[in-house]
Ligand binder design. Structure first.
Ligand SMILES: [Zn+2]
Length: 146
């Protein structure tokens, strides 16, 4: 079931875009606070989602006795387990990102050191590469087939 709820979970969209004040420096304390809040909220929603998946699976397990139902149910379960695994990984990544914000080490490309940019970070708050380095990394990935 590739529904839209599953897709929105991969990204967090429920926030007000940050409006930098005139002359405000990149990654000012207010800006860091904005991203911290955004990541915390996203994390919270993912945690609730993991909980819901667990409950859903427990309820379903009780409902099917017929073996033919069980086959399709197992398929659904493995899908849900994969989703949950993805969510767990994402939560870990969010934790790491919050840690970097706390250490004032957020918003700059790990590869080349340039500003990743507010809008890109809002679209992908866990990004550690600027768009150029990310694009290069993706091309390299495709070429080596990893
Ligand atoms: Zn870069």
């Amino acid at each position: 079931m590739a529904n839209t709820a599953e897709q929105t979970r991969e990204r967090f969209t429920n926030f007000t875009p940050y409006e930098a004040k005139k002359g405000e420096e990149y990654m000012s304390p207010e800006m860091l606070q904005h991203f911290r809040g955004l990541l915390m909220q996203w994390r919270q929603e993912l945690m609730e989602e993991v909980d819901r998946t667990m409950h859903h699976m427990q309820e379903d397990a009780a409902n099917y006795a017929d073996p033919s139902d069980r086959a399709s149910q197992e398929e659904e379960f493995s899908l849900e387990l994969r989703t949950r695994d993805r969510e767990r990984k994402l939560i870990k990544k969010i934790d790491k990102t919050i840690d970097r914000i706390d250490k004032d080490d957020y918003g700059f490309c790990d590869q080349c050191g340039v500003e990743i940019g507010i809008r890109r970070l809002e679209a992908r708050p866990t990004a550690t590469l600027c768009i150029d380095c990310k694009t290069l990394a993706e091309i390299r990935e495709r070429q080596t087939g990893i």
